[in-house]
Design a protein around this ligand. Sequence first.
Ligand code: SF4
Length: 342
Amino acid sequence: MSKHVVVIGGGVAGLEAAGWLAKAGFDVSLVEKEETTGGHINNWFKLFPDRRVSGEVKKYLDGISINDRVKLLTGTTLTEFSRNSDHFRLITNHGKELKADAVIVATGFDLFNSARKEEYGYGIYDNVISSADLEKMFRNGLITMADGNVPKKIGMVHCVGSRDEKVGNLFCSKLCCVTAVKQAIEIKENIPESKVFCFYMDMRMGGAHYEELYREAQEKWGVSFIRGKVSEAGETINHRIVVKVEDTLAGRPLKMELDLLVLMAGMEMSKDGRRVAELAGLRTGDNRYFAPEDHHFGANVSNIEGVFYAGTCTAPMNITETISHSRAAVAEVTEYLKSGLD
Ligand code: SF4
């Protein structure tokens, strides 16, 4: 008899896992809280490092997950999660009962809410935006200030909500440096006469072709990288943004007026993930992400037998890593259900 697996979350990790579970011959219920699948990828225009249009990745994920074996439940969350002898019993917000032989949690991440860093003025000054807001502008093909004018001097603040004791996130989100580099290049492509400044603490470009992209930003596009932490942002009477930075390479404080300030928001465990953790009794770590049983040999394995993790619900990951992690989760499920048949 076919086994049934519930996948919680219909973003990149969940869609990939659902598709591969179906290929392996399992019946799948894919539970997604939103009305559409895809998660954050729907909000991104182009991806690093090759600036592939995100819609291509979504098309691939739809191709793999739209399958007779995959039952998609959108607008759905879980209200109960329990284990009865050899199967799981999950109840949805619509009162539907799902019986599962195994569960993959793929609840992804939330982008850090930049308003929590009050000193940068997000939600206070109109010309302070987040990296996600900028991505929307790329998608619409128009980069503007609040008054509709084209910005000529743009600053980008790294590490917003990451590596920051004040907000309780000591970890590095891993992808915001390369996102800043990608977005800086895209600004220059759209507004060649603009000046772009990235304010960083460290450049962490540890992915395939990231370093090359960083070099391209400097050599081809003339993006300026200033090593220093922005201490605060203020606004002038004509709505320009003033930042104060300690330039740690030059060893002097810096004050700069900008047309637009972009905050590179980090990644956090999603609210939905926290809810599922509580509901199911899944263990989380100091960083509040789900805590896998072993970082080397059990990165997909949870503290509950038969429940596995896929993707960024365990740590910040790029799309390539998320897809690999999801496929590994499917391998774990296959092994688990196979041994269950012995
Ligand atoms: S990737 Fe870069 S911007 Fe993001 S948290 Fe790490 S060091 Fe900061």
